[in-house]
Write a new protein. Structure first.
Length: 76
């Protein structure tokens, strides 16, 4: 998968507990998927290394990761 410059330079620097591999795994095997009004897609998944759920936002092209963060409010 590709990643935006924002993801590489801001998200991964600010959220050092995340890496691209974790995000790709969530997008590949999501627990939940939702398309936003702007065409971007949100994916939720569990990351065993963190013992947390994260949300990954992918651009409209379906292959470029733009954002990712822990989602404390996610319920299965």
């Amino acid at each position: 998968m590709k990643a935006t410059r924002y993801f590489e330079e801001q998200v991964l620097m600010k959220r050092t507990y995340l890496n691209l591999e974790m995000c790709v795994n969530v997008v590949s095997n999501p627990l939940k998927k939702e398309i936003q009004e702007d065409g971007r897609t949100r994916y939720w998944g569990f990351v065993p290394e963190l013992n947390k759920f994260i949300r990954v936002v992918v651009l409209e092209d379906g292959e470029t990761i733009h954002n990712a963060f822990m989602d404390r409010n996610f319920k299965q």
